[in-house]
Write a protein of this length. Sequence first.
Length: 756
Amino acid sequence: MHQRRVLHGMRIAALILLLFTSAGWAAPDFDLRVPASPQDAAAAATISDLASRLIPVYQDSDPERYLANLSALQMAVGDYAAADISRSSLRDRRRKSDFGHPIGRGVIFDMYAHAKALESESHTTFADAFTHTYRETVRRLDARDAFAVSRWLGATPATSREALQKALDQYRGRGSVDESEAIDLISKYVTFDAYRTFGPLVVLLNAEDDHQRYASDSAIQIAGSNGSRIAISVVRPTGAGQSLPALLEFAGRETQNYTRESAARGYVGVAAYVVEKRKSAAGIDPLDLVGANARLVIDWITKQSWSDGRVGMYGDGYSGFGPWAAAKRLPPALKAIATSAASAPGINFPMEGNIFQNAAYGWSLRMNDDDAAEVTGEDDAAQLRALNEKWYRSGRRYRDMGRLYGKHNPIFIRWLNHPSYDGYWRKFVPYRQEFAHINIPVLTMSGYYTASAPGDLYYFTQHHKYNPHADHTLLIGPYEADVMHVGAPAELHGYQVDPAALVDLRELRYQWFDHVFKGTALPALLSAPVNYEVMGANEWHHAESLEGAANASQRYYLDAVAASGTHRLSLRKRSGDVAIQQTVGFVDRKDAAWTPPADYISKSLASRHGTVFVSEPLTNAINFTGLFSGRLDFEVNKMDMDLNITLYELLPNGDYTRLFSPTYEVRASYAQDRVQRHLLRAGERQRLSFKSERMTSRQLQPGSRLAMVLSIGKRPDREINYGTGGDVSEESVADGKVPLKIRWFGDSYIDIPIKK
């Protein structure tokens, strides 16, 4: 039987060569009645019929793409023997072109097609056929490739079902699809069908392979600081025969648990978090003792027989704060740090720009109270949004958040008592000269659309400022905070990401650790201290510093000239003292249900409590890279206000593309010094300089315009500054009966850093 299949495969391969070299073929459209859902009883027959009509006419000049698509068509019609042969031919071609590269995701369909062919030819069950294929395929892979395959196989079927449903909804009502659309729909159906078929078998098979490759222990507990208990999970390669460096993630209650992935890369994977805390009526700050506990875990690691005495720490978000907390008093065994979207207490959490954010209330409650389950999970966002609206409509003090929710939160109140970047916040992570003693390699990954980016840039800039010889590398691109977990998507809220930015950042992080611990070559993408993707140019650029990423600047003045509801960003300062009038009322709360727009591409700007400024069309392309800054010349009737600034590229087609997200926001009284508050002078003309803490890099195209929205903070999900000059968390709507009135003068400007 095998010999007949080989001969048949040779004939098909010869036919393939004739087909994909044919030219001049115009593919027809295909009639299609789209099923309602992937589970529709008619879905399989509909897709099979579409594939059967496409197979006889399908051609492609790219042999690898042809074979991949052909195998999907063959699987859709149920000809798994032919699909198995097509996948085999594809593997042979890729084996030559991808020699030395990691295994590709196509192995999933290799396994599925082969198992389905075995089921038919050997008259066995699919479960037996797939089990045989899994063992035959995965056991001969090295640990790194085997982990990749198990991770791909273990993806939830819901992901492929949602992708198929989206495609069905897209093509429904059309009546027909062209060839590329038909292939897209068929491929998504085959993926969905494959995952729902082998999904129930994968958990046990992956566990079986893990048992052979790794030694695991998830029942370890050690004593932590101040009466706490720390849970530790360890996964290490079996049969290593030598001690190994450890990669540690220290998190809150839960970790992403990349321990097995670390072990697959030749490290001991360690995850740790606090499982028991000392009870206290005043609450235990979840930011407190993280550094001390992380150092205890590092010390524990060095005493294990499998440890070579070297530890690297990594983390994202809250667990990205852990390495910096540990490094405040650098343990000798800590040899490298790699973080992404890292929390920096007092910088980007629980406030940013010295403005407290409501999300911190729910998070602190959850981290400190075992009974706080009602504000977690899938309902978390909806319940917190309801709390935001309730507080906003009430006009109550910000300190009353807990009373409105019905649960006392002493930690949140404690945070509100420290609106400046004072000693309370500085005790958690390195401060000033403490950065000078961090002489280990550090990797920071961040994104232009990452909420925590100001924290990432704070760690990077402060480290280099106080340690001129710091070995600290920054990589930043068009990414959101979850990029390390879900990968770099091709589309972000309507924005099509450049292909150059579609990088596996987790893989890059391991390559960097390999460079530090194993002496391998430094990845080319990390060749300079600052590495950034230029959106719109589809290129990675490299610089020695953030300031060095730009070598010039472009100044735009805020011009009072108005047209079509907007004002002008002008290259020339207008003579005279013409001012733009702006008024913000604090009493009106009809907008309590407002949420920030999610899309990064829009046809219009929401100038909520703000003023829109638009430049003239650019005559030449401009590479806008770095942190914009500016100076505001104004008169205001209050002693403080919260400023929001958002920048866009307005394309010739009318699309507004956000250059960064979320909005840059800062409390005016802290714009120049986050440690000491400097109140405004009500009723007097004054100037305020600022520098954004959000980086972007984009190639602005000729004919595009730069657009800016300058607004005043008044949001249901933020602390509201009524401008009395007192403790903002104590202010209520009663302090805002008089509207905020501002006059922006023409001496106001923003400076855009550019690379010539």
